[in-house]
Design a protein around this ligand. Structure first.
Ligand code: GDP
Ligand code: MG
Length: 431
């Protein structure tokens, strides 16, 4: 339960300056978290090296201990690397032309529709240009989105040259004034020279004020390559990361941002037309580290004696451990978000298991009604005993079954986490 972060917090000296050994030990953990979040291997390595260099010899911050200080430094550096604050593309009063590029399926067409929706609501006069002539359905897809948003769509015709496209666009704008034109382009499944040439030619003709690279958050390791190639060929000015509503922790964002150095303007968070948000580096930094609101947790952790938490070995996680840990967690205060902040916890909790104080109290009551032997080895709890425990704790047999199942799942999860951390046990990463 939260042993990863727990470990970082525990690996604490009370020296006033961070030592190389402390930094090294914690950074191993951080590097693992980055790789798990699908940050490109080289990017993770460079990032860790950079922060390590900064961290060694730094003063331990105020009320924090060494481990907490390192986590804070890492978090802050990650936020900085991701761009600091949320950034917005620049908009002039007129003559804005945005060029959308990216691999097929990245979410260009969807994001084009979302941008139209967003900027129309900000009072912009938007025109969409459907320049994906690769697939016939692509232009229709954009036309549907245009109708939905209520903005016109200019369709590029088959075999049309970039010069002709530019001429038709200028003609359109003469009779129908627009201050923001967004051009949706073709993508291929992989980087493709012919496609890149085609894009570069159209770009050279239209002279966009922004060239926005759309990157699928699920791209993982490949994101670095994609971003680098597009940036070299069409000089990207900003990034949009899509599908952040999925499981991806955001490593692709860090990779793409690091390799291009270009701002990430937006995050796609659903398939719907309104599913586009500003990109918030601090949120994504926490997500990449798999620690939720890291600083929030650190602050709250200081109020509790986390060290008193019983250390347990994976695979040996019994109900007694579960009860002790839940008690420790309850002492930390508002529970709503706390459980979710603990790495692995959100995954360990079964679907539909909501965390609230009343429920934790019930779990506590149930485990308290078991014998010590049963807590060590729940397998021996038969039907008759389940009834008895339910009666003793004021719950139902169903509740007992649910608890035992949850415990089984958590135990499995701990074993898995153990394997993932290289079989070194839940403590993982010993220096
Ligand atoms: P394109 O080939 O780059 O134009 O990609 P599309 O815009 O056609 O999107 C490909 C698929 O990804 C579609 O099914 C979209 O609905 C989906 N999609 C795009 N952006 C998002 C997003 O932010 N979240 C989710 N969940 N799906 C998205
Ligand atoms: Mg498309």
């Amino acid at each position: 339960l939260g042993s990863k972060l727990q470990d970082i917090l525990d690996r604490v000296g009370r020296e006033s300056k961070l030592t190389e050994a402390q930094v090294k030990a914690t950074m191993r953990e951080i590097r693992m978290a980055l790789l798990e979040a699908d940050v490109n291997f080289g990017v993770a390595k460079d990032f860790v090296a950079k922060v390590s260099e900064k961290a060694v010899g730094q003063e331990v911050m105020g009320s924090l201990n060494a481990g907490q200080t390192i986590v804070k430094l890492v978090h802050d550096e990650l936020v900085e690397t991701l761009g600091g604050k949320a950034a917005q593309p620049e908009l002039k009063t007129q003559g804005n032309l945005w060029f959308m590029v990216g691999l097929q399926g990245a979410g260009k067409t969807t994001s084009t529709g979302k941008l139209a929706h967003l900027y129309k609501s900000k009072g912009r006069r938007v025109l969409l240009v459907a320049a994906d002539t690769q697939r016939p359905a692509a232009r229709d897809q954009l036309e549907v989105l245009g109708k939905q948003v209520g903005v016109p769509v200019l369709k590029v015709q088959d075999g049309e040259t970039p010069q002709e496209t530019k001429r038709r666009l200028e003609e359109h704008l003469k009779t129908d004034y627009r201050d923001l034109v967004i051009v949706d382009t073709a993508g291929r499944l992989q980087i493709d020279e012919a496609l890149m040439d085609q894009l570069a030619n159209l770009q050279a003709e239209l002279q966009p004020t922004e060239t926005l690279l759309v990157v699928d958050a699920m791209t993982g390791q490949e994101a670095l390559n994609v971003a680098q190639t597009f940036d070299q060929r069409v000089n990207v000015s900003g990034l949009i990361i899509t599908k952040m509503d999925g499981d991806a922790r955001g490593g692709a964002a860090l990779s793409a941002r690091t390799v291009t150095g270009k701002p990430i303007y937006f995050a796609g968070v659903s398939e719907k037309i309104a599913g586009l948000e500003p990109f918030y580096p601090d949120r994504v930094a926490g997500r990449i580290l798999g620690m939720g609101d890291v600083m929030g947790l650190i602050e709250r952790a200081q109020q509790a004696d986390l060290k008193a938490m019983e250390q347990q070995k994976a695979g040996d996680f019994d109900l007694e451990d579960l009860m002790n840990q839940l008690r420790q967690i309850r002492r930390l205060g508002p529970l709503g978000d706390l459980m979710k902040m603990i790495p692995g916890m959100s995954r360990a909790l079964p679907e539909g298991f909501s965390v609230d104080e009343a429920q934790l109290q019930r779990i506590d009551a149930m485990i308290s009604s078991m014998t010590f032997k049963e807590r060590r080895n729940p397998k021996i709890i038969d039907g008759r005993r389940r009834k008895r425990i339910a009666a003793g704790s004021g719950t139902s047999v169903q509740d007992i079954n649910k608890l035992l199942k949850m415990h089984e799942q958590m135990k499995e999860m701990m074993k898995m986490l153990q394997k993932m951390s290289g079989g070194k046990g839940m403590k993982g990463m010993k220096p």
